[in-house]
Design a protein. Structure first.
Length: 157
């Protein structure tokens, strides 16, 4: 297996905190873990301003709800950068990014896309139903999500 250097760059670069780097860098660098990035949604496509997925803070936790579509490596990645609204009234300025590990309760893989080409990677739907994640999974600060997503798109993700 190989890593996605674009996604891991956001963990290793300016957005990941010390604990995230210590946790994620070893398995990513050894090629033991794959990453995915989950921005695209059924009703919004890649229009981040129309995103419906939400992350509601409950003390030191966030509760994620929503679905993502056409996620490359979605069913294979051990960690996914998930974009969700933490402020539903702030448009793209209300987006945040979370590092969500597979197999968490409330995080499931939906439909696997059967593509005509690019079959070397799996493309799936990801579903979040009351997925409870630690506040420590927040990548960067709350409301940094759009900045992270745009950086990802600019650099080829």
């Amino acid at each position: 297996m190989s890593i996605s250097p674009l996604d891991s760059r956001f963990i290793e670069g300016g957005f990941g905190n010390k604990g995230q780097k210590q946790h994620y860098q070893p398995p990513l660098a050894k090629g033991e873990w794959l990453t995915a990035s989950a921005l695209t949604e059924p009703e919004a496509g890649s229009d981040a301003g129309s995103m419906r997925s939400s992350a509601v803070r409950k003390g030191e936790r966030y509760i994620l709800n929503g679905s993502k579509h056409f996620i490359t490596n979605g069913g294979l990645a051990q960690v996914t950068i998930v974009f969700a609204r933490t402020d539903p009234h702030a448009g793209t300025k209300g987006m945040s990014a979370f590092l969500v590990e597979k197999d968490l309760p409330g995080f499931s893989m939906g439909k696997v896309e059967h593509k005509m080409s690019i079959r070397g990677s799996q493309t799936t739907e990801l579903v979040f139903t009351d997925c409870d994640v630690s506040a420590d999974t927040l990548l960067g600060r709350e409301r940094d999500g759009f900045k992270i997503a745009i950086g990802h798109k600019i650099h080829g993700g």
